[in-house]
Ligand binder design. Structure first.
Ligand SMILES: [Zn+2]
Length: 509
């Protein structure tokens, strides 16, 4: 069993309700892919409990179990006590062990072996971020579709450029995206794109967690069936990969094909990830053409019943909220507000109404062809700012509300509630260690304020996914970043070349 202790970190704790807080001087104990305990630095872990957290608070998580072993059988061994002494002497510790490792617990009651120690002094541990809606390979079009309204963005740039997609180009873009996200503390991304098998391969290589929805339009029967088959194949690829069905949108996939997706989703246990009600203009167009809002389309085709992640939803109307409330236990909305500002879409996601209806809301970037970065910190900040402005209420979307949305909300949007997004025993060890010592975060009156309003992706020092260190000292451990960048630069021109003409789709909602 692989054991690790992240020693002497501050830990951000995000309860389901109420104020978030930061506990100083904690050790996070990790066994294999799971967090098994958080204890004051140097003290012994009591597996199954988190200091200061009431029992059972992390409902849904397998609290008290470690890799299938009932609590207690791991014996509360003092993981990570290099030479038995607290106080940060672990580095290069016990004789014979590799640097950064210390001999395991005395007596080997926890299975013996080495305990890797990650020194976290001066760092803040947060749950790895979740990018709850993106199209990762679109990093290849970063900066290639600027100063355009949504119609021209689709029709003059993006859909003509996507004629150039090939499996190999998607793979190169996805590798770059995975590298960018991991370096910024993003440990899960919820993707919606073509050639999703290539994105899965890149994610497995990078060591990131991914929920993938192979995307299709109602163009040809072949495309639709092939996309469903890719979703099925992705299920068995890797434990960190989950799959959904990915109809593009209510305005590019007809009701029959949405109904078919809903039927397959219910029969085979998938959920659905799609764009709907992106703007109020789209909602009005749907009402004018079909007599129903996009949310009503999702209901009548069975998509809401099957369980849906709705991207954007800025055009969700008051009457739609009552519909969504009926499916709240399986519905989530991803908000990506930088995109709404940049495309001058007029509205942002009605998060307050959605939360009141019991619908989960996550934070995403959308693709970098419009967001320009896959920096979820930037997206989190934009959510706080745009929601305060939308509600004309500076007290709304407080620091705690925002951090809850970015962690628990985004985990729910990813379909991973109870597994990621929380630093408590039983959750996956998806952890970002953030250095808040740079001038833009200092002096540090409230680390929660730094996380929402001043932190930068480059402040992330160390990242774990499923207990594996994938970023160490601000460098990827899984991929050669220079090679990833060189590949992307060498192919970038092929993606933005419009000389072939044509487009994969036309925007006319
Ligand atoms: Zn999107």
């Amino acid at each position: 069993m692989a054991r690790m202790v992240i020693r002497n970190v501050a830990v951000l704790l995000v309860p389901e309700l109420g104020e978030c807080r930061v506990d100083e001087a904690q050790d996070i104990h990790v066994q294999d892919d799971l967090i098994v305990a958080t204890t004051p630095t140097g003290s012994q872990p009591h597996v199954g409990h988190t200091r200061g957290t009431p029992d059972g608070e992390s409902s849904g998580a397998p609290v008290g179990h470690v890799g299938g072993v009932p609590a207690g059988e791991t014996g509360g061994a003092p993981a990570g006590q290099a030479g038995g002494g607290p106080g940060g002497r672990a580095r290069g510790g016990s004789g014979g062990g590799p640097a950064g490792h210390a001999d395991g617990a005395p007596g080997g009651r926890a299975g013996g072996g080495l305990v890797e120690v990650v020194e976290g002094g001066g760092l803040l541990a947060v749950a790895g971020l979740v990018n709850s809606h993106t199209h990762s390979p679109m990093v290849m079009m970063r900066g290639a579709a600027e100063d355009l309204a949504i119609e021209d963005w689709f029709n003059r740039r993006v859909w003509p450029m996507e004629v150039n997609l090939t499996p190999g180009r998607v793979r190169v873009g996805a590798r770059l995206a995975c590298g960018e996200m991991l370096l910024g503390g993003v440990t899960t991304f919820v993707d919606h794109y073509f050639h999703a098998d290539q994105i899965a391969a890149a994610a497995v290589e990078a060591g990131i967690r991914a929920d993938l929805a192979p995307t299709y339009f109602s163009s040809t029967e072949q495309d639709v069936s092939a996309a469903f088959d890719v979703s099925r194949e992705l299920r068995g690829v890797h434990p960190r990969i989950t799959a959904r069905l990915g109809p593009h949108a209510t305005y590019t996939v007809n009701d029959d094909d949405l109904r078919r997706a809903a039927d397959i989703a219910r029969a085979e246990g998938f959920r659905i990830h799609l764009h709907a009600a992106e703007t109020d203009e789209q909602t009005q167009a749907s009402v004018d053409k079909h007599g129903v809002t996009p949310v009503q389309v999702l209901e009548r085709t069975g998509v809401l019943d099957a369980g849906a992640l709705i991207a954007h939803g800025c055009g969700i109307r008051e009457a739609d909220l009552a519909i969504l409330e009926r499916y709240a236990d399986r519905t989530a909305v991803a908000s990506c507000p930088k995109v709404y500002l940049k495309l001058a879409m007029g509205e942002v996601t009605p998060i307050k109404g959605l939360l009141e209806a019991g619908v989960s809301v996550g934070v995403g970037t959308d693709g970098a062809a419009v967001h320009n970065t896959l920096d979820v910190w930037e997206a989190i900040r934009m959510v706080a700012l745009t929601q305060k402005q939308r509600e004309q209420d500076a007290e709304w979307m407080s620091l705690s509300d925002t951090l809850r949305l970015a962690t628990r909300g985004s985990a729910a949007a990813a379909g991973l509630a109870g597994r990621v997004g929380v630093l408590e025993p039983g959750y996956q060890a998806d952890i970002a260690l953030v250095d808040l010592s740079a001038p833009h975060n200092q002096p540090l009156h409230d680390p929660r304020a730094a996380l929402v309003y001043s932190v930068r992706a480059a402040d992330v020092v160390t990242v774990l996914v499923a207990g594996e260190v994938v970023v160490r000292d601000r460098e990827l451990t899984t991929m050669d970043l220079q090679e990833v960048l060189a590949d992307a630069r060498s192919l970038a021109h092929t993606l933005v070349d419009l000389s072939a003409g044509g487009a994969i789709q036309h925007y006319n909602p």
